[in-house]
Design a protein. Structure first.
Length: 239
């Protein structure tokens, strides 16, 4: 083979490889940033994350629903068995969520629920919207809660410790913990009760009703002002 012809062949071959490499690399970058559209998608769970991997949103079925995630670390949840959505703050800590479900059992008993909530930083829910049905019991409500100032990890650690004790000791240990650390207290309730009455209840820092605006099942309205013992100090209509 002529040396010059061989060199020319190598130069052409090298150029082709360079062009092919450039097309592959830059084409790959273009493809990776392109939006993809689906007419329909079926998944079990979707995790939405920031560029650094911090979790911001989970949409999941019941089987793969996560436990309690705090700063990216997951702990088992004591009683959450549902599908839905969880919201996470900038640190990858659960910050509220929306869950729902319902079914009819073999005996024809109906159950249904929906729940939307938002949490305090490193604490539990402070604003909730709920609807539930268990047979003849039907309720719907909006609630505002004062949470204590300690991180919820203190309560989770206490739950883990107390779960190893005999059951007859557990209630007393939880009471001791809440007496020392404080407990969540409902401050506002707006909703429908089982008896079909509706009420707005404004409460003090101990969770005691202090003002109650109510319409009973027969349609009679009332307004009550209550002391710390639940005794009416004034009301309309007056008795």
């Amino acid at each position: 083979m002529n040396i010059h012809s061989g060199n020319r062949f190598l130069a052409i071959y090298s150029g082709i490889l360079t062009v092919a490499f450039a097309v592959t690399v830059f084409g790959g970058f273009t493809q990776s940033t392109k939006k993809t559209t689906f007419d329909e998608i079926e998944v079990h769970r979707i995790d939405v994350v920031e560029p650094d991997g911090t979790l911001r949103l989970v949409i999941s079925n019941k089987a793969q629903f996560p436990g309690i995630i705090i700063k990216g670390k997951e702990r088992p949840h004591p009683n959450r068995q549902t599908g839905g959505m969880l919201f996470f703050n900038d640190e990858g800590t659960e910050n509220g969520g929306m869950i729902w479900g319902g079914a009819k059992d073999a005996n024809g008993q109906v159950s249904s629920y929906g729940h939307l909530s938002f949490d305090r930083y490193l604490q539990d829910q402070v604003f909730t919207v709920d609807a539930s049905e268990e047979g003849a019991h039907k309720q719907s409500r909006l609630s505002i809660v004062d949470d204590p100032d300690y991180p919820i990890t203190d309560l989770l650690d206490e739950q883990q410790r107390v779960s190893k004790l005999p059951k007859d000791q557990q209630q007393a240990e939880f009471k001791k913990f809440f007496d020392e650390h404080g407990r969540p207290e409902q401050r506002l309730f707006l909703g429908r009760a089982d008896d079909r009455s509706v009420a707005l209840r404004l409460k003090d820092t101990q969770g005691r009703d202090r003002i109650v605006i109510k319409v009973d099942p027969t349609g009679n309205p009332s307004l009550q002002f209550l002391d710390e013992n639940g005794k009416a100090t004034a009301q309309l209509p007056s008795r």
